[in-house]
Write a protein that binds this ligand. Structure first.
Ligand code: 5GP
Ligand code: ZN
Length: 116
């Protein structure tokens, strides 16, 4: 999609530090990490947010593919023993700033207070 930062990263037009890739998704380091490990897990197909993604059969298939890849990604990031958070911000009230669905994989230190 035009004017989407993450589509441009997926196309290779904007550089990124990739840590994982398969036919459906890519994972790259967040530009402004909040923890020693802060990776964005991004489907190659453009969906604006998790609500839109999970509202279509193709989106649900991609979501399944994303969760299938999670163990390998977690191991690649060295997070398998001490754990992590997987976070999705969906829409305005959640503070989503890039309108291409993505999950933050965060870990590498104790992550502090939870709101839920
Ligand atoms: P959101 O606030 O939408 O949940 O998360 C968007 C994330 O994308 C932020 O953590 C931000 O640091 C990251 N981000 C924004 N632009 C870029 C970019 O050009 N490259 C990378 N690697 N991360 C980006
Ligand atoms: Zn996009």
């Amino acid at each position: 999609m035009d004017d989407c930062i993450f589509c441009k990263i997926i196309e290779g037009v904007i550089p990124s530090k990739k840590v994982f890739e398969n036919e459906d998704l890519v994972a790259f380091e967040d530009l402004n990490p909040v923890a020693p490990v802060h990776v964005l897990l991004v489907p190659k197909r453009h969906f604006a947010n998790l609500y839109e993604m999970s509202s279509t059969p193709q989106g649900l298939e991609t979501l399944n593919s994303l969760y299938k890849a999670l163990p390998e990604l977690v191991r690649a990031c060295g997070l398998e023993s001490k754990g992590f958070r997987l976070i999705n911000n969906c829409g305005e009230n959640a503070g989503q700033t890039v309108m291409h669905v993505h999950f933050h994989l965060v870990g590498g230190i104790p992550l502090g207070p939870r709101i839920i």
